[in-house]
Design a protein around this ligand. Structure first.
Ligand SMILES: [Ca+2]
Ligand SMILES: [Ca+2]
Ligand SMILES: [Ca+2]
Length: 462
Protein backbone atom coordinates (compact mmCIF):
# COMPACT_ATOMS: atom_id res chain seq x y z
CA UNK A 1 0.00 0.00 0.00
CA UNK A 2 0.96 3.52 -0.38
CA UNK A 3 2.68 3.97 2.87
CA UNK A 4 4.94 1.06 2.30
CA UNK A 5 7.05 2.45 -0.44
CA UNK A 6 10.55 2.26 0.85
CA UNK A 7 10.86 -1.47 0.59
CA UNK A 8 14.60 -1.66 0.47
CA UNK A 9 14.99 0.80 3.28
CA UNK A 10 12.45 -1.04 5.32
CA UNK A 11 14.01 -4.44 4.81
CA UNK A 12 17.31 -3.00 5.83
CA UNK A 13 15.59 -1.60 8.87
CA UNK A 14 14.09 -4.97 9.64
CA UNK A 15 17.37 -6.74 9.12
CA UNK A 16 19.28 -4.38 11.33
CA UNK A 17 16.67 -3.54 13.91
CA UNK A 18 14.39 -6.54 13.72
CA UNK A 19 15.71 -8.00 16.91
CA UNK A 20 15.23 -4.67 18.63
CA UNK A 21 11.66 -4.38 17.38
CA UNK A 22 10.83 -7.90 18.47
CA UNK A 23 12.40 -7.24 21.83
CA UNK A 24 10.42 -4.03 22.18
CA UNK A 25 7.19 -5.81 21.39
CA UNK A 26 8.08 -8.62 23.74
CA UNK A 27 8.71 -6.03 26.39
CA UNK A 28 5.33 -4.50 25.75
CA UNK A 29 3.61 -7.84 26.04
CA UNK A 30 5.51 -8.85 29.12
CA UNK A 31 5.60 -5.63 31.05
CA UNK A 32 2.14 -4.33 30.42
CA UNK A 33 -0.82 -6.56 29.73
CA UNK A 34 -3.57 -4.95 27.72
CA UNK A 35 -5.34 -2.21 29.57
CA UNK A 36 -3.24 -2.23 32.72
CA UNK A 37 -1.62 1.13 32.15
CA UNK A 38 -2.68 3.60 29.49
CA UNK A 39 0.82 5.03 29.15
CA UNK A 40 3.10 2.06 29.36
CA UNK A 41 4.54 2.09 25.86
CA UNK A 42 7.96 3.64 25.53
CA UNK A 43 7.19 7.23 24.59
CA UNK A 44 9.50 10.00 23.53
CA UNK A 45 7.80 13.36 23.34
CA UNK A 46 9.48 16.04 21.27
CA UNK A 47 7.74 19.37 21.89
CA UNK A 48 8.02 21.34 18.68
CA UNK A 49 5.23 23.79 19.44
CA UNK A 50 5.49 26.61 21.90
CA UNK A 51 3.39 26.09 24.96
CA UNK A 52 1.85 29.55 24.97
CA UNK A 53 -1.82 29.88 25.72
CA UNK A 54 -3.43 32.55 23.60
CA UNK A 55 -6.55 34.41 24.56
CA UNK A 56 -9.28 34.53 23.59
CA UNK A 57 -9.48 30.81 23.02
CA UNK A 58 -11.47 30.12 19.88
CA UNK A 59 -10.84 26.42 19.59
CA UNK A 60 -8.52 23.99 21.29
CA UNK A 61 -6.50 23.61 18.11
CA UNK A 62 -4.90 26.96 18.96
CA UNK A 63 -3.57 25.39 22.14
CA UNK A 64 -0.81 22.88 22.49
CA UNK A 65 -2.28 19.41 22.36
CA UNK A 66 -1.85 17.17 25.40
CA UNK A 67 0.81 14.48 25.00
CA UNK A 68 -0.55 11.53 23.08
CA UNK A 69 0.35 7.87 23.04
CA UNK A 70 -1.26 4.53 22.24
CA UNK A 71 -2.66 1.59 24.17
CA UNK A 72 -3.50 -1.81 22.70
CA UNK A 73 -7.17 -2.24 21.95
CA UNK A 74 -7.48 -5.50 20.02
CA UNK A 75 -5.50 -8.67 20.50
CA UNK A 76 -3.01 -9.48 17.75
CA UNK A 77 -4.87 -10.20 14.52
CA UNK A 78 -3.72 -12.79 12.02
CA UNK A 79 -2.53 -10.42 9.34
CA UNK A 80 0.60 -8.47 8.50
CA UNK A 81 -1.36 -5.25 8.05
CA UNK A 82 -4.45 -3.58 9.40
CA UNK A 83 -5.29 -1.48 6.37
CA UNK A 84 -8.42 0.34 7.52
CA UNK A 85 -10.59 0.88 10.59
CA UNK A 86 -14.21 1.86 10.05
CA UNK A 87 -17.35 2.50 12.06
CA UNK A 88 -20.91 1.70 11.10
CA UNK A 89 -22.18 4.36 13.48
CA UNK A 90 -22.66 1.91 16.34
CA UNK A 91 -20.44 0.37 19.00
CA UNK A 92 -18.63 -1.99 16.66
CA UNK A 93 -15.31 -1.32 14.92
CA UNK A 94 -14.64 -2.95 11.57
CA UNK A 95 -11.02 -3.62 10.68
CA UNK A 96 -9.68 -4.75 7.34
CA UNK A 97 -6.92 -7.33 7.25
CA UNK A 98 -4.86 -6.78 4.12
CA UNK A 99 -5.34 -10.30 2.73
CA UNK A 100 -9.06 -9.65 2.32
CA UNK A 101 -10.84 -10.24 5.62
CA UNK A 102 -12.99 -7.82 7.61
CA UNK A 103 -13.17 -8.44 11.35
CA UNK A 104 -15.53 -6.94 13.90
CA UNK A 105 -14.03 -5.67 17.14
CA UNK A 106 -16.42 -5.41 20.07
CA UNK A 107 -16.33 -2.54 22.58
CA UNK A 108 -14.14 -4.60 24.90
CA UNK A 109 -11.55 -4.98 22.13
CA UNK A 110 -12.24 -8.65 21.45
CA UNK A 111 -12.80 -9.94 17.93
CA UNK A 112 -15.98 -11.70 16.98
CA UNK A 113 -14.95 -15.24 16.05
CA UNK A 114 -16.63 -15.16 12.64
CA UNK A 115 -15.28 -12.62 10.15
CA UNK A 116 -17.74 -10.05 8.87
CA UNK A 117 -16.52 -10.71 5.31
CA UNK A 118 -13.83 -12.79 3.64
CA UNK A 119 -12.96 -11.97 0.04
CA UNK A 120 -9.39 -13.19 0.20
CA UNK A 121 -10.09 -15.47 -2.77
CA UNK A 122 -10.30 -12.45 -5.10
CA UNK A 123 -7.73 -10.16 -3.44
CA UNK A 124 -4.10 -10.16 -4.53
CA UNK A 125 -1.31 -9.42 -2.07
CA UNK A 126 1.69 -10.23 -4.22
CA UNK A 127 3.04 -6.76 -3.46
CA UNK A 128 2.75 -5.33 0.03
CA UNK A 129 1.04 -2.20 -1.26
CA UNK A 130 -1.76 -4.45 -2.47
CA UNK A 131 -4.68 -6.04 -0.70
CA UNK A 132 -7.99 -5.06 0.80
CA UNK A 133 -7.26 -1.36 1.22
CA UNK A 134 -10.37 0.52 2.27
CA UNK A 135 -13.78 0.17 3.92
CA UNK A 136 -16.61 2.60 4.55
CA UNK A 137 -20.25 2.19 5.52
CA UNK A 138 -23.05 4.05 3.83
CA UNK A 139 -23.80 7.12 5.96
CA UNK A 140 -27.43 6.00 6.23
CA UNK A 141 -26.56 2.56 7.56
CA UNK A 142 -28.45 0.59 8.84
CA UNK A 143 -31.42 2.04 6.95
CA UNK A 144 -29.31 1.70 3.81
CA UNK A 145 -27.44 -1.53 4.59
CA UNK A 146 -24.51 -0.98 2.23
CA UNK A 147 -20.80 -0.80 2.72
CA UNK A 148 -18.04 -0.22 0.20
CA UNK A 149 -14.56 -1.70 -0.11
CA UNK A 150 -11.52 -1.16 -2.29
CA UNK A 151 -8.95 -3.81 -3.10
CA UNK A 152 -6.47 -4.97 -5.70
CA UNK A 153 -7.87 -7.78 -7.80
CA UNK A 154 -6.27 -11.18 -8.11
CA UNK A 155 -4.67 -11.88 -11.53
CA UNK A 156 -5.39 -8.45 -13.06
CA UNK A 157 -3.98 -6.14 -10.34
CA UNK A 158 -6.75 -3.68 -11.15
CA UNK A 159 -8.15 -1.50 -8.38
CA UNK A 160 -11.70 -2.59 -7.55
CA UNK A 161 -14.34 -0.61 -5.71
CA UNK A 162 -17.25 -2.81 -4.66
CA UNK A 163 -20.48 -2.56 -2.73
CA UNK A 164 -21.80 -5.19 -0.34
CA UNK A 165 -24.99 -5.53 1.68
CA UNK A 166 -25.07 -6.41 5.35
CA UNK A 167 -27.05 -9.58 5.99
CA UNK A 168 -30.69 -8.75 6.77
CA UNK A 169 -30.75 -11.45 9.43
CA UNK A 170 -27.35 -10.95 11.10
CA UNK A 171 -25.74 -7.47 11.29
CA UNK A 172 -22.38 -9.09 12.08
CA UNK A 173 -22.19 -10.86 8.73
CA UNK A 174 -22.02 -9.45 5.22
CA UNK A 175 -23.78 -11.06 2.31
CA UNK A 176 -21.11 -12.33 -0.05
CA UNK A 177 -23.80 -12.84 -2.68
CA UNK A 178 -24.42 -9.08 -2.66
CA UNK A 179 -20.95 -8.34 -4.06
CA UNK A 180 -21.44 -5.63 -6.68
CA UNK A 181 -18.69 -4.08 -8.75
CA UNK A 182 -18.79 -0.28 -8.74
CA UNK A 183 -15.49 0.69 -10.28
CA UNK A 184 -12.62 -1.14 -11.95
CA UNK A 185 -9.49 0.89 -12.63
CA UNK A 186 -6.68 -0.28 -14.86
CA UNK A 187 -3.07 0.40 -13.98
CA UNK A 188 -1.50 2.14 -16.96
CA UNK A 189 1.89 0.84 -15.90
CA UNK A 190 0.84 -2.76 -16.13
CA UNK A 191 3.88 -4.14 -14.37
CA UNK A 192 3.55 -1.73 -11.48
CA UNK A 193 1.71 -3.10 -8.46
CA UNK A 194 2.14 -0.06 -6.24
CA UNK A 195 0.55 3.35 -5.57
CA UNK A 196 -3.01 2.11 -5.43
CA UNK A 197 -4.36 4.45 -2.75
CA UNK A 198 -7.69 2.91 -1.83
CA UNK A 199 -9.07 4.95 1.05
CA UNK A 200 -12.83 5.60 1.04
CA UNK A 201 -14.85 8.17 2.93
CA UNK A 202 -18.21 9.89 2.62
CA UNK A 203 -18.00 13.65 2.68
CA UNK A 204 -20.40 15.94 4.51
CA UNK A 205 -22.09 16.36 1.12
CA UNK A 206 -23.09 12.68 1.15
CA UNK A 207 -20.85 11.80 -1.79
CA UNK A 208 -18.30 8.99 -1.73
CA UNK A 209 -14.70 10.19 -2.00
CA UNK A 210 -12.05 7.73 -3.20
CA UNK A 211 -8.30 8.26 -3.06
CA UNK A 212 -6.40 6.65 -5.95
CA UNK A 213 -2.60 6.63 -6.35
CA UNK A 214 -0.77 7.44 -9.57
CA UNK A 215 -0.32 3.74 -10.28
CA UNK A 216 3.45 3.77 -9.95
CA UNK A 217 6.01 2.53 -10.69
CA UNK A 218 8.10 3.44 -7.72
CA UNK A 219 11.86 3.93 -7.91
CA UNK A 220 12.14 2.38 -4.48
CA UNK A 221 11.31 -0.93 -6.13
CA UNK A 222 14.14 -0.56 -8.59
CA UNK A 223 12.11 0.71 -11.52
CA UNK A 224 14.14 2.79 -13.96
CA UNK A 225 11.06 4.98 -14.46
CA UNK A 226 10.46 7.65 -11.89
CA UNK A 227 7.96 10.37 -11.28
CA UNK A 228 4.66 9.07 -12.57
CA UNK A 229 5.97 8.43 -16.12
CA UNK A 230 2.57 8.90 -17.80
CA UNK A 231 1.89 12.08 -15.76
CA UNK A 232 -1.30 10.43 -14.52
CA UNK A 233 -1.51 12.85 -11.61
CA UNK A 234 -2.13 15.74 -14.00
CA UNK A 235 -4.09 13.96 -16.75
CA UNK A 236 -7.85 14.34 -16.70
CA UNK A 237 -8.45 11.19 -18.77
CA UNK A 238 -7.41 8.75 -16.06
CA UNK A 239 -8.64 8.10 -12.53
CA UNK A 240 -5.09 7.44 -11.33
CA UNK A 241 -3.42 10.05 -9.13
CA UNK A 242 -6.75 11.55 -8.08
CA UNK A 243 -9.33 12.14 -5.44
CA UNK A 244 -12.63 10.92 -6.90
CA UNK A 245 -16.16 11.94 -5.90
CA UNK A 246 -19.20 9.90 -6.86
CA UNK A 247 -22.86 9.64 -5.91
CA UNK A 248 -23.73 6.12 -4.83
CA UNK A 249 -27.40 7.02 -4.38
CA UNK A 250 -27.96 7.48 -8.08
CA UNK A 251 -29.30 11.02 -8.05
CA UNK A 252 -26.70 12.61 -10.35
CA UNK A 253 -25.63 12.37 -13.97
CA UNK A 254 -24.77 9.13 -15.72
CA UNK A 255 -21.04 8.85 -16.39
CA UNK A 256 -20.42 8.70 -20.11
CA UNK A 257 -16.69 8.31 -20.57
CA UNK A 258 -14.45 5.29 -20.46
CA UNK A 259 -12.47 5.99 -17.33
CA UNK A 260 -14.04 3.20 -15.29
CA UNK A 261 -13.99 -0.20 -16.90
CA UNK A 262 -17.22 -1.19 -15.19
CA UNK A 263 -19.11 1.92 -16.14
CA UNK A 264 -21.80 0.04 -18.05
CA UNK A 265 -23.33 -1.06 -14.80
CA UNK A 266 -24.15 2.46 -13.63
CA UNK A 267 -24.04 1.72 -9.94
CA UNK A 268 -23.15 5.33 -9.28
CA UNK A 269 -23.72 8.71 -10.84
CA UNK A 270 -21.73 11.92 -11.19
CA UNK A 271 -22.47 14.86 -8.89
CA UNK A 272 -23.46 17.65 -11.32
CA UNK A 273 -20.94 20.04 -9.76
CA UNK A 274 -17.92 17.77 -10.14
CA UNK A 275 -15.24 20.18 -11.36
CA UNK A 276 -14.16 18.40 -14.53
CA UNK A 277 -17.40 16.68 -15.51
CA UNK A 278 -17.85 17.05 -19.25
CA UNK A 279 -20.27 14.24 -20.05
CA UNK A 280 -19.11 12.34 -23.09
CA UNK A 281 -16.02 14.55 -23.29
CA UNK A 282 -12.62 13.04 -22.51
CA UNK A 283 -12.34 14.15 -18.89
CA UNK A 284 -13.08 11.56 -16.24
CA UNK A 285 -16.23 12.98 -14.72
CA UNK A 286 -15.43 11.30 -11.39
CA UNK A 287 -12.40 13.52 -10.67
CA UNK A 288 -12.60 15.82 -7.66
CA UNK A 289 -8.89 16.74 -7.26
CA UNK A 290 -5.68 15.80 -9.02
CA UNK A 291 -1.91 15.89 -8.70
CA UNK A 292 -1.68 13.19 -6.05
CA UNK A 293 1.05 10.58 -5.86
CA UNK A 294 -0.35 8.15 -3.35
CA UNK A 295 -3.03 9.51 -1.04
CA UNK A 296 -2.93 6.39 1.13
CA UNK A 297 -5.18 7.83 3.86
CA UNK A 298 -7.44 10.88 3.89
CA UNK A 299 -10.25 12.01 6.18
CA UNK A 300 -12.93 14.59 6.77
CA UNK A 301 -13.01 16.54 10.02
CA UNK A 302 -16.46 15.55 11.24
CA UNK A 303 -16.91 18.93 12.96
CA UNK A 304 -15.71 21.35 10.29
CA UNK A 305 -16.03 19.29 7.10
CA UNK A 306 -12.42 20.04 6.15
CA UNK A 307 -10.72 17.40 4.01
CA UNK A 308 -7.22 16.28 5.02
CA UNK A 309 -5.30 14.40 2.32
CA UNK A 310 -1.95 12.88 3.30
CA UNK A 311 0.08 12.22 0.16
CA UNK A 312 3.02 9.82 0.38
CA UNK A 313 6.16 11.30 -1.12
CA UNK A 314 8.95 9.78 -3.15
CA UNK A 315 12.34 10.88 -1.85
CA UNK A 316 11.82 14.47 -0.84
CA UNK A 317 8.59 15.33 1.01
CA UNK A 318 5.70 13.74 2.89
CA UNK A 319 2.75 16.08 2.88
CA UNK A 320 -0.57 16.97 4.47
CA UNK A 321 -2.99 18.77 2.19
CA UNK A 322 -6.07 20.56 3.44
CA UNK A 323 -9.16 21.32 1.43
CA UNK A 324 -11.60 23.71 3.13
CA UNK A 325 -15.19 22.72 3.63
CA UNK A 326 -17.32 23.87 0.76
CA UNK A 327 -14.41 23.74 -1.70
CA UNK A 328 -15.48 23.71 -5.34
CA UNK A 329 -12.93 20.98 -6.04
CA UNK A 330 -10.65 20.90 -9.06
CA UNK A 331 -7.48 21.52 -7.12
CA UNK A 332 -4.13 20.31 -8.39
CA UNK A 333 -1.91 19.16 -5.54
CA UNK A 334 1.21 19.22 -7.66
CA UNK A 335 2.53 15.72 -8.29
CA UNK A 336 4.58 14.91 -10.45
CA UNK A 337 5.79 18.45 -10.93
CA UNK A 338 6.00 19.22 -7.23
CA UNK A 339 6.70 16.94 -4.31
CA UNK A 340 5.47 19.15 -1.51
CA UNK A 341 7.33 22.41 -2.07
CA UNK A 342 10.19 20.59 -3.77
CA UNK A 343 10.23 21.55 -7.45
CA UNK A 344 10.85 18.35 -9.40
CA UNK A 345 11.50 20.32 -12.59
CA UNK A 346 14.93 21.23 -11.34
CA UNK A 347 16.39 17.73 -11.05
CA UNK A 348 14.08 16.55 -13.85
CA UNK A 349 13.72 19.28 -16.49
CA UNK A 350 12.30 16.70 -18.91
CA UNK A 351 8.97 16.77 -17.06
CA UNK A 352 8.49 20.55 -17.23
CA UNK A 353 6.34 20.42 -20.36
CA UNK A 354 3.57 18.70 -18.48
CA UNK A 355 3.50 21.18 -15.61
CA UNK A 356 1.26 24.16 -14.90
CA UNK A 357 2.17 27.66 -13.69
CA UNK A 358 3.03 27.52 -10.01
CA UNK A 359 0.02 29.61 -9.01
CA UNK A 360 -2.29 26.86 -10.23
CA UNK A 361 -1.07 24.36 -7.65
CA UNK A 362 -2.21 23.88 -4.08
CA UNK A 363 0.70 23.25 -1.74
CA UNK A 364 0.55 21.31 1.52
CA UNK A 365 -0.26 22.89 4.87
CA UNK A 366 2.53 20.79 6.33
CA UNK A 367 5.39 18.76 4.89
CA UNK A 368 8.46 16.98 6.18
CA UNK A 369 11.54 15.42 4.67
CA UNK A 370 13.18 12.13 5.59
CA UNK A 371 14.36 13.52 8.88
CA UNK A 372 10.74 13.05 9.97
CA UNK A 373 10.09 9.64 8.42
CA UNK A 374 9.55 8.36 4.89
CA UNK A 375 5.90 7.31 4.47
CA UNK A 376 3.12 9.47 5.83
CA UNK A 377 0.00 7.78 7.18
CA UNK A 378 -2.89 10.21 7.17
CA UNK A 379 -5.01 10.36 10.28
CA UNK A 380 -7.92 12.36 11.65
CA UNK A 381 -8.77 15.54 13.42
CA UNK A 382 -9.68 14.40 16.90
CA UNK A 383 -13.35 15.01 17.66
CA UNK A 384 -13.87 12.55 20.49
CA UNK A 385 -15.20 13.04 24.00
CA UNK A 386 -12.43 11.54 26.10
CA UNK A 387 -9.72 14.16 25.61
CA UNK A 388 -11.19 17.62 25.28
CA UNK A 389 -7.82 19.33 24.88
CA UNK A 390 -7.05 17.21 21.82
CA UNK A 391 -10.15 18.32 19.93
CA UNK A 392 -9.43 20.12 16.69
CA UNK A 393 -5.87 18.80 16.40
CA UNK A 394 -4.90 16.63 13.45
CA UNK A 395 -3.30 13.33 14.49
CA UNK A 396 -1.37 11.32 11.91
CA UNK A 397 1.80 9.26 11.68
CA UNK A 398 4.75 7.98 9.73
CA UNK A 399 5.21 4.33 8.91
CA UNK A 400 8.98 4.29 8.60
CA UNK A 401 9.98 5.69 11.97
CA UNK A 402 6.88 4.78 13.97
CA UNK A 403 6.01 8.29 15.06
CA UNK A 404 2.65 9.79 15.85
CA UNK A 405 2.50 13.46 14.96
CA UNK A 406 0.07 16.23 15.82
CA UNK A 407 -0.67 19.33 13.77
CA UNK A 408 -2.11 22.30 15.60
CA UNK A 409 -2.94 25.84 14.56
CA UNK A 410 -1.41 29.08 15.74
CA UNK A 411 -3.50 32.25 16.14
CA UNK A 412 -2.71 33.14 12.53
CA UNK A 413 -4.53 29.92 11.62
CA UNK A 414 -1.34 28.31 10.32
CA UNK A 415 -0.81 24.63 10.94
CA UNK A 416 2.42 23.50 12.54
CA UNK A 417 3.75 20.29 14.03
CA UNK A 418 3.00 20.58 17.72
CA UNK A 419 4.05 17.11 18.80
CA UNK A 420 5.91 14.01 17.66
CA UNK A 421 5.85 10.79 19.65
CA UNK A 422 7.66 7.54 18.98
CA UNK A 423 5.30 4.62 19.61
CA UNK A 424 7.54 1.66 18.81
CA UNK A 425 5.31 0.04 16.19
CA UNK A 426 4.84 0.33 12.43
CA UNK A 427 1.82 2.56 11.87
CA UNK A 428 -0.32 1.54 8.89
CA UNK A 429 -3.69 3.29 9.25
CA UNK A 430 -6.09 5.24 11.45
CA UNK A 431 -9.82 5.22 12.08
CA UNK A 432 -12.58 6.79 14.17
CA UNK A 433 -15.34 5.11 16.13
CA UNK A 434 -18.93 6.31 16.24
CA UNK A 435 -18.19 9.05 18.78
CA UNK A 436 -14.92 10.24 17.30
CA UNK A 437 -12.36 8.39 19.40
CA UNK A 438 -9.22 7.58 17.42
CA UNK A 439 -7.72 4.20 16.65
CA UNK A 440 -4.52 3.19 14.91
CA UNK A 441 -3.61 0.01 13.02
CA UNK A 442 -0.21 -1.53 12.48
CA UNK A 443 1.96 -3.54 10.16
CA UNK A 444 3.63 -6.55 11.75
CA UNK A 445 5.67 -9.01 9.65
CA UNK A 446 4.88 -11.86 12.05
CA UNK A 447 1.13 -11.58 11.30
CA UNK A 448 0.49 -10.05 14.70
CA UNK A 449 -0.88 -6.69 13.61
CA UNK A 450 -3.27 -5.06 16.03
CA UNK A 451 -5.48 -2.08 16.69
CA UNK A 452 -4.50 0.51 19.28
CA UNK A 453 -6.42 3.35 20.86
CA UNK A 454 -4.89 6.80 20.56
CA UNK A 455 -4.97 8.36 24.03
CA UNK A 456 -4.01 11.78 25.32
CA UNK A 457 -2.72 13.15 28.56
CA UNK A 458 -2.71 11.41 31.87
CA UNK A 459 -6.38 11.51 32.60
CA UNK A 460 -9.59 11.67 30.64
CA UNK A 461 -11.52 14.89 30.16
CA UNK A 462 -8.59 17.15 30.85
CA1 LIG B 1 -10.34 4.82 6.00
CA1 LIG C 1 -16.25 12.86 -19.49
CA1 LIG D 1 1.56 17.75 -3.41
Amino acid sequence: MAVFKKLILLFLTIAVLGAVVVMAQDDVARVAPTGSNPLYLPVITIPFGEAHIYLPVVTSAYLTAPPISIVPFSPPINTDTITDIASAGDERLFVTARQGIIHIIQPDGQLLPTPFLDISDVVTIQNWEQGLLGLVFHPNYPATPYFFVSYTRKFTNQIYIERFTVSPTDPNVASRASQTLIMRIDKTELLSLVHNGGDLSFGPDGYLYIGIGDGGPDPHYGSPDVHDPANNGHRLDTLLGKMLRIDVNGTGLLPQDNCNNEIVNFHYTIPPDNPFADGAGPNCDEIWARGLRNPWRFSFDRTTGQLFIADVGEWEREEVNLEPAGSAGGRNYGWRCWEGTFDQRNPHPEIAGGCLPQAQYTFPIYEYDQSGGCSIVGGFVYNGRMYGALRGHYVFGDFCNGTLKVLSRNPENEWYKAQEVGVGVFISTFGEDAVGELYMGTWNPANQARVYRVVAGNSPNQ
